[in-house]
Design a protein around this ligand. Structure first.
Ligand code: NAD
Ligand code: ZN
Ligand code: ZN
Length: 392
């Protein structure tokens, strides 16, 4: 089959990969109808996430048709149309029973390596590092889904691929980011990053009834899309984020802050961002936590920092004293996709949400390698790329 494969830093190729086969009785084999490139893929593309191997099949946002199921898989049948959550989960372990699917204790087949680094393992993820199991991903014609009898979302009748696809990642990710904020009608919610995750978080915060939602980025078309979704835009290249947030909140600061940027924060004019750039380049720091520092500084005391943005390793110069003394709550994590998916699918069916608004590029899988660059560099107005294996 054809698939997008990681061949090294900034080197993704459309090439032939082994056809997947059933390896375990709970598995399913899926024929991919649509897949997408996520901001998390960019951390692999840019070489910031350790544990990638040459030839790894990329992709953790995908959907399609079930072709074959293992003997113990009673939940799926050939012909079923499903979206696959990016977090692989067993449904039975301590964490799964509590709805913490992204922390499944059994789905990471390299659990020992993850535990060595993090203290404990986290769930297995598709198309991600070998620290999360090294499972071949869904930017491919076919994919093997482990624990497929639990690891799926059935697509409601009549929903197009474009409307359903993001149920597997960015929609529940934005939703969980907003839900973690426990939004009150008096709250200002500030969202750093108006990429696809930020866009979903903004719309979720609006639905959850925030008094005002503010979007921080520097890419004009992303800020315009955020504004259409009900947010007040701040362009960090043109104005001071701290001053503007102060003005918009009568000097109090936002009660809730969402980091939808993660470890690759762009260099702003602030000193700390330049310092991070240098330290990361010299391998003295793995992540660039500028947004975290800004959130701690500006958040109203007693507020919540919600962090869907991905971090991989060590960060430096975090004003922890400010965070402690201001009584801030930190909530974070990979998304427990299936905890939110049924509710969100229903909201799509009822027309409350249509996540396809974020798609700017819809092309064949073969164009994947150039689309990684276009998305990373935000060229050609690119906000979200959908790839179709069926179109070559
Ligand atoms: P993206 O790269 O398209 O979006 C990031 C946005 O942040 C860009 O628009 C960029 O211009 C903006 N940005 C950069 N530096 C900034 C700064 N200092 N202040 C404000 N904005 C800044 O990616 P995305 O798909 O939207 O993903 C965003 C993050 O969410 C990534 O870290 C990704 O790995 C993560 N993610 C997490 C989960 C999860 O389960 N927690 C799921 C999906 C994605
Ligand atoms: Zn993702
Ligand atoms: Zn589990």
């Amino acid at each position: 089959m054809k698939a997008l494969q990681w061949q090294g830093k900034r080197d993704i190729r459309y090439d032939t990969a082994p056809d997947p086969v059933i390896e375990h009785p709970r598995d399913a084999i899926l024929k991919v109808s649509s897949c997408a490139i996520c901001g998390s893929d960019l951390h692999l593309f840019d070489g910031f996430m350790p544990g990638m191997k040459s030839g790894d099949v990329m992709g953790h946002e995908f959907m399609g048709e079930v072709m074959e199921v293992g003997k113990e898989n009673k939940a799926l049948r050939p012909g079923d149309r499903v979206v696959i959550p990016f977090t692989i989960f067993c449904g039975e372990c301590f964490q799964c029973r509590r709805g913490h699917y992204s922390l499944c204790e059994r789905s990471n087949r390299n659990a020992e390596a993850a535990a060595k680094l993090f203290g404990h393992t986290c769930a297995g993820l598709f198309g991600y590092t070998h620290l999360t199991g090294g499972y071949p991903g869904g930017q491919a014609e076919y994919v093997r889904v482990p624990f497929a009898d639990t690891t799926h979302i059935k697509v409601p009748e009549g929903l197009s691929d474009e409307k359903a696809l993001f149920l597997g990642d960015i929609l529940p990710t934005g939703w969980q980011a907003a839900a973690q904020c426990d939004i009150l009608p008096t709250d200002t919610v500030a969202v750093w990053g108006a990429g696809p995750v930020g866009q979903m978080a903004i719309r979720s915060a609006v639905i959850m009834g925030a008094r005002q939602v503010i979007a921080i980025d520097r890419v004009p078309e992303r800020l315009a899309m955020a504004q259409e979704g009900g947010a007040i835009p701040i362009n960090f290249d043109e104005e001071s984020v701290l001053d503007r947030l102060g003005e918009l909140t009568s000097g109090h600061g936002p009660e809730k802050c969402i980091d939808a940027v993660g470890m690759e924060s762009h260099v702003t004019r602030s000193f700390d961002a330049i310092y991070d750039r240098v330290k990361q380049a010299m391998m003295l720091e793995t992540d660039r936590p500028h947004v975290l520092r800004e959130m701690i500084y500006v958040c109203r005391p007693g507020g919540i920092l919600s962090i869907p943005g991905v971090y991989g390793g060590l960060i430096d110069k975090i004003p922890f004293g400010a965070s402690m003394n201001k009584g801030l709550t930190w909530r974070m994590g990979q998304t427990d996709v299936n905890r939110w998916a049924d509710d969100l699918a229903q909201r799509i069916v009822e027309g409350q949400i249509d996540p396809s608004f974020v798609i700017t590029h819809n092309v064949g899988l073969r164009q994947g390698p150039e689309m990684y660059k276009t998305f990373r560099d935000k060229e050609d107005g690119c906000i979200k790329v959908v790839l179709k294996p069926g179109q070559g």
